[in-house]
Design a protein around this ligand. Structure first.
Ligand SMILES: Cc1ncc(COP(=O)(O)O)c(C=O)c1O
Length: 391
């Protein structure tokens, strides 16, 4: 530890090392267990299931899952209890320094009336990764998933009876350290809340418009762009505000002097095009630390690679490459992907004062239409798949 003071050494050994050890220990991670779940449930007469799903994320179910952790006592038994406000110390370091993270996944009611959660272990892995980066303690991912499954089971009546609706699951993990000193958390709270809803389209299901200006950066090499931490989102609000000012719905996040295309709003981005060598290609940026490893992104890559009908690549494209492909009519489709909207076609990019219109083909021949159907068939149980967890 050359160049590091004794105090920093103590801090590393006493506080950070145990956390990192938890994260790297594999099987021996000290964790809460789903078998220890404690239930404090509302009586059925006091439960309400009238869901207002008109605005994303404003309506919540009756119960929540909470799990407390402290460095001295470790993980406490998980608790499913009535949904209620949190009581936090005003100095709590998640509020001051953004030591927190979250996840987003969905449960769907299938045509057979059974509930399925889509690829939840990918969310658990991403959450564990974000926790490691935030110096929050590790947990057993399967145990958390089982606690979530039990919560969804209890709240099953809230899952919409519609082949458009779903129950959005929001795991959240915050430091509850009651001090203004910036330090590795010694107390934390992991909680999960549920919100029924319809798919979230920024533009009511129409093609979305994007404002692309390199003056704002969502993420950078060495930063936390690949983690789902609140600060990444709070820090993007001003650019979003400016996008709306210029008449666009979302931001197309560019990176570097060559204006690499990275993500769109809170979605991963895909270009279906004819590349410089005349080959049909589906490209999305690589997972190099800038990009959030989206579950929908991974699913699109897995599905299209299995089709094996065109080249599928994880590589950066610059705005110059995109503009020249557009000019030469080599762009088939540009689209965003994410749990909230699943697949969202892009119709326009405002870049350097120019409106770049992305041509619309026949809906039925579009890759986005085909992918949406393939994904929905899995989510709603029309196609058997090991990607879903039955509740
Ligand atoms: C920045 C960002 N990129 C991509 C995604 C898409 O990820 P996922 O497909 O897991 O929802 C999200 C949404 O979570 C996001 O916030």
């Amino acid at each position: 530890m050359f160049g590091v003071t004794a105090a920093q050494c103590d801090w590393f050994n006493l506080e950070l090392k145990p956390l990192l050890a938890h994260n790297m220990a594999g099987k021996s991670i000290p964790s809460f267990q789903a078998a220890d779940l404690v239930f404090q449930l509302l009586s059925s007469s006091t439960r309400e299931t009238t869901a207002d799903v008109s605005t994303f994320g404003t309506c919540f179910t009756d119960h929540m899952l909470t799990i407390e952790w402290s460095v001295t006592e470790g993980w406490q038994p998980p608790l499913i209890k009535p949904f209620e406000n949190l009581s936090l110390h005003p100095a709590c370091s998640s509020l001051h320094y953004g030591i927190q993270l979250f996840e987003g996944l969905k449960a769907y009611r299938g045509d057979d009336n059974r509930l399925r959660i889509f690829r939840p272990m990918l969310n658990m892995q991403r959450m564990a990764n974000s926790a490691k980066r935030a110096c929050l303690p590790a947990f057993d991912q399967s145990e958390l998933l089982e606690c979530i499954r039990r919560l969804v089971e209890i709240e099953q009546d809230w899952v919409p009876h519609s082949n458009q609706g779903s129950l959005y699951i929001r795991p959240t993990f915050i430091s509850t350290e009651p001090t203004l000193g910036l330090k590795t958390p010694t107390r934390a709270l992991l909680y999960v809340i549920l919100s029924p809803g319809r798919p979230y389209f920024a533009n009511g299901g129409k093609d979305v418009s994007l404002w692309a200006d390199p003056k704002y950066t969502r993420a950078w090499i060495g930063g936390t762009g690949d983690c789902k931490m609140g600060g990444n989102y709070g820090g993007s609000m001003f650019a979003q505000y400016e996008a709306v000012h210029y008449g666009c719905e979302q931001v197309l996040w560019l990176y570097g002097e060559d204006h690499k295309i990275t993500e769109a709003g809170t979605m991963n981005i895909f270009l279906h095009w004819i590349n410089e060598d005349g080959e049909e290609e589906l490209s999305t940026p690589p997972l190099d630390g800038l990009i959030l490893p989206g579950v929908t992104r991974q699913s699109i890559l897995d599905i299209t690679r299995k089709w094996d009908e065109f080249k599928v690549t994880e590589r950066y494209l610059t705005m110059a490459q995109f503009c020249s492909a557009l000019k030469q009519q080599r762009v088939k489709e540009l689209f965003g992907s994410g749990t909230a909207c699943m697949i969202c076609p892009v119709g326009l990019i405002l870049y350097q004062g120019e409106n770049l219109h992305i041509p619309n083909q026949e809906k039925s021949s579009l890759l986005t239409t085909r992918l949406t159907k393939e994904l929905e068939d899995i989510q709603y149980g029309r196609t058997a798949s090991d990607w879903t967890l039955l509740v």
